[in-house]
Design a protein around this ligand. Structure first.
Ligand SMILES: Nc1ncnc2c1ncn2[C@@H]1O[C@H](COP(=O)(O)OP(=O)(O)OP(=O)(O)O)[C@@H](O)[C@H]1O
Ligand SMILES: [Mg+2]
Length: 443
């Protein structure tokens, strides 16, 4: 009897505990994923894969029975069947601190600008606990973005999450740069995710410039990064924004682009065998988007706020793309950039008829709301009759409302346009808009 108990104890010692972290070896490497056996590593943990001339880092992205799926965070070369997979005992999460201001970092929060190491205050995990929605402060204050068309017609509240919908080359990056320079927020965190590497440099040097970089943190994970790094780049930007918010600061978070974030998640999910659902996007993409977007917003008592802009690519100017659809549902408003306006040299190419800020009524005065509605009304009337007017089929004097729209059109267009180096503060934007609206009278 005693012998049996001894045997059981001995056997129990041999069985690894459910949470033991053990090394393993590679059995397959196809496409983006590596498959390993013999490892027991939690999903999300980092590991090192031995190669013939060194090692590469990878992350555990899933498992099926005894197979663990890994995704490398860097270029895969030099791996062979049976390559050893070891857990990487590195501190998890990213380093944050006030020293991040003025710096450019990669998806792991490490410096890319060659200005030396960054003094960090603490390490924080990339996935924060969701905030209790009842503890969030309500959105009550407008935020100044330095762009007249937005400040006056599509006013954004502090803590609001906006989408910037546009096709390629219609001025997203320039508009984000204008907001970075012109905003009243204390800190600006810019996440450049999945865009061309050249754009990252252009954004930092030409669009931002030396002076405006001081209150900005740029997180760059361009298109040539692995999908995992692109995914992380976006989450790192949000995590850094959360750190500054927790210091009581008001943060403007600009993510370019949310579509590329969704695409990175699609690449990963498809590679590990998740079935595609809507237009090739697997369900996990639609679960990740709201989880990311929900992290922005106002903080609780004693905290600051994160006002966020996410660019959404509408390829072929198709507003019905599944990511655009999902984004529209989870964001508190959207600004649509129109190719027709950009082609006509109207910059920023904001289509005010198609753009809306859902919290505007909560953050502006009744007068502000009324006057901006009046301008929209007159502008829309011109657009509805545009063909008649331009073809000369409209006879002046037949409808006083259309006559007014024709007269007001150039003035309204002037209000909505702005040079790329120009910053127009909130009060000035409001004053010009009210003055214009007063000239339009009422109907
Ligand atoms: N406010 C502005 N004033 C004058 N020109 C502008 C303005 N905004 C954008 N442009 C012009 O539009 C061009 C394209 O802008 P931008 O690079 O911001 O587009 P994008 O939407 O970010 O493009 P991509 O999809 O390639 O990233 C700029 O090079 C610039 O010439
Ligand atoms: Mg761009």
């Amino acid at each position: 009897m005693l012998k049996l108990a001894d045997n059981i104890r001995r056997l129990q010692k041999q069985v690894p505990s459910a949470h033991a972290v053990t090394a393993g070896k590679l059995v397959r490497g196809i496409g983006l994923t590596l498959e390993a056996v013999g490892c027991q590593l939690p999903v999300g943990s980092q590991c090192l894969v031995q190669t013939i001339d060194g090692q590469i880092e990878a992350e555990v992205v899933g498992f099926a029975e005894h197979i663990t799926y890994l995704m490398p965070t860097e270029a895969v070369k030099g791996i062979v069947p049976g390559s050893r997979v070891q857990p990487l005992n590195r501190e998890q999460g990213i380093g944050v601190g006030m020293d991040l201001l003025g710096r450019v970092v990669d998806g792991n929060g490490l410096p890319l600008d060659g200005l030396g190491p960054i003094n960090i205050e603490k390490r924080v995990p990339l996935s924060a606990q969701p905030m209790n929605p009842l503890l969030r402060k309500p959105i009550e204050q407008p935020v100044d973005v330095g762009v007249r068309a937005i400040n006056s017609m599509i006013t954004v509240g502090s803590g609001q999450r906006m989408g910037l919908f546009a096709g390629s080359g219609v001025g997203k990056s320039v508009l984000l740069g204008m907001m970075t320079r012109g905003t009243s927020a204390d800190v600006v965190v810019v996440g450049l995710v999945g865009e061309r590497g050249r754009e990252v440099k252009e954004f930092i040097q030409d669009i931002l410039g030396e002076e405006d970089r001081k209150k900005a943190v740029v997180v760059a994970s361009p298109a040539d990064n692995s999908p995992l790094m692109r995914l992380k780049g976006c989450e790192t930007a949000v995590t850094i924004a959360e750190y500054f918010r927790d210091q009581g600061l008001n943060v403007l978070l600009l993510i370019d682009s949310l579509t590329r974030y969704a695409m990175a998640q699609r690449e990963i999910a498809l590679a590990v065998g998740e079935p595609p659902a809507t237009k090739g996007y697997p369900p996990s993409v639609f679960a990740r988007l709201p989880a990311l977007v929900e992290r922005a917003g106002n903080g609780g008592p004693g905290q600051g706020s994160i006002t966020a802009f996410y660019t959404v690519l509408t390829e072929g100017d198709d507003l019905q793309d599944p990511i655009a659809d999902a984004a529209r549902a989870i964001l508190d408003g959207h600004i649509v950039l129109s190719r027709a306006l950009a082609d006509a040299g109207h910059y920023p190419a904001i289509d005010i008829e198609a753009s809306i800020s859902r919290v505007m009524p909560m953050v502006v005065s009744e007068e502000h709301l009324q006057k901006s509605r009046r301008i929209r009304q007159v502008y829309s009337r011109y657009q509805q009759n545009r063909d008649l007017i331009t073809l000369g089929a409209y006879t002046k004097g037949s409808d006083p409302r259309i006559d007014l729209a024709i007269k007001a059109e150039p003035v309204i267009n002037a209000l909505l346009q702005q040079g790329m180096r120009q910053v127009i503060p909130y009060d000035e934007s409001l004053a010009s808009m009210i003055q214009l609206a007063n000239g339009l009278g009422t109907e």
